[in-house]
Design a protein around this ligand. Structure first.
Ligand SMILES: Cc1cc2nc3c(=O)[nH]c(=O)nc-3n(C[C@H](O)[C@H](O)[C@H](O)COP(=O)(O)OP(=O)(O)OC[C@H]3O[C@@H](n4cnc5c(N)ncnc54)[C@H](O)[C@@H]3O)c2cc1C
Length: 331
């Protein structure tokens, strides 16, 4: 589990970072806080010749809010900064809550929001030492030909295990990506591929620079529920993020994002059509719960069983709905 050798470059501007990526192509790897990259390098999951350290790009760590433009967060803002930002807590509480559940305080001080959105997918057959993986004949995601989770198929089912993506999907977030052709904006829903190996729409020469949340979503009630083995540190095994807007007991808008059950974070599309225009009832809650378990498809990618994780999706979505319903004083 020792660190492989590589050259470390520390650009001071996005354009300089892009030049390094263009020059070194597939041999380069980006690192922000390094809280996911470093353990992966030690496990021999990557062997870059050049590591491009983004932490010197100081102008990418700000958090601003404007009533017209909404929230803008630099990709290098730490999770602690996001979780503790008064702007985020006041206008988009579900994001502050989700960021505050990532890992542990020390890792949140290092880990960035951009890194959290670009995280590698995880699986118990993949996040292991070289020796462990070799003894199992490796796996489809790295060095092998078989997915041990679904051996008959040709897909990798490694799971999207970042906490903030569900909340940001529910908040209709966009991202800004810088690349050789300039900057482009992309809806966060279009960023993820639902493929355990090739997980995100980010070219080799590109960098995620900003996260943008629309002003129209400011003030929505929100909550994030997370399953993990140890509450003090672990990656999610299932996560439910819900945001709602309720006026006079009637739901005006609702979105629900799931993480840690599929190879991508996903929005449960039916939730909006089920809830909008309705008053909350236990029957409606159960209809939402059914939609959630039709969308979230946990497999044997972690030490927790798929059955338990699916059951916790039910529990969390029920709890989330009741919690926000109560907060809105509508029952
Ligand atoms: C013990 C432990 C527990 C953890 N628990 C959790 C948890 O509960 N929830 C959770 O979500 N995460 C968890 N993590 C993972 C990690 O701490 C966080 O996801 C963190 O947000 C990653 O951010 P980072 O800046 O450290 O990313 P890095 O490790 O630097 O990078 C992660 C990935 O994103 C890419 N990347 C980083 N920044 C950019 C960018 N701006 N543009 C393009 N690509 C980029 C990197 O190349 C790499 O592929 C845990 C990690 C450890 C070690």
């Amino acid at each position: 589990m020792s660190m492989p050798s590589f050259a470390l470059v520390r650009p001071r501007a996005v354009d300089e970072a892009l030049e390094h990526l263009a020059r070194h192509g597939a041999e380069a790897m980006l690192v922000a806080g390094g809280t996911d990259v470093v353990p992966n390098l030690r496990a021999g999951l990557f062997s870059p010749r050049v590591v491009v350290d983004l932490k010197g790009l100081g102008d990418l760590s700000g958090i601003t809010f404007d009533r017209e433009r909404g929230l803008e967060i630099g990709a290098l803002a730490t999770l602690t900064a996001v979780a503790e930002s008064q702007l985020v807590r006041q206008h988009y509480p579900v994001l502050a809550q989700a960021a505050g559940t990532v890992a542990s305080p020390v890792l949140r001080n290092m880990g960035t929001l951009g890194g959290n959105l670009c995280l590698e997918t995880r699986c118990r057959w993949y996040n292991q030492s070289y020796f462990w993986r070799q003894s199992c004949g490796f796996c489809l995601k790295k060095d092998g030909t078989v997915c041990h989770v679904a051996p008959g198929g040709k897909r990798c089912w490694a799971v999207w295990s970042g906490d903030t993506a569900g909340a940001l999907l529910a908040l209709d977030a966009e991202i800004e990506i810088a690349g050789p052709a300039g900057r482009r904006r992309l809806s966060l829903t279009d960023f993820y591929k639902n493929d355990g190996v090739d997980r995100i729409h980010l070219g080799r020469g590109e960098i995620l620079t900003r996260i943008l949340v629309p002003a129209t979503m400011a003030g929505y009630r929100g909550t994030y529920h997370k399953l993990r083995i140890r509450n003090s540190i672990d990656y999610p095994l299932a996560g439910v993020a819900l945001v709602v807007k309720v006026e006079d007991g009637v739901c005006r808008d609702a979105r629900l994002g799931l993480v840690a059950v599929n190879p991508a974070p996903v929005l449960v599309r039916e939730v909006e059509s089920l809830l909008v225009g309705q008053r909350f009832t236990p029957e409606l809650t159960e209809a939402v719960v059914q939609a959630v378990v039709r969308t979230g498809k946990p497999l044997t990618t972690s030490m927790s069983t798929p059955e338990y994780r699916r059951e916790m999706l039910r529990v969390f979505s029920r709890r989330a709905l009741r919690e926000l319903w109560r907060e809105n004083g509508s029952h």
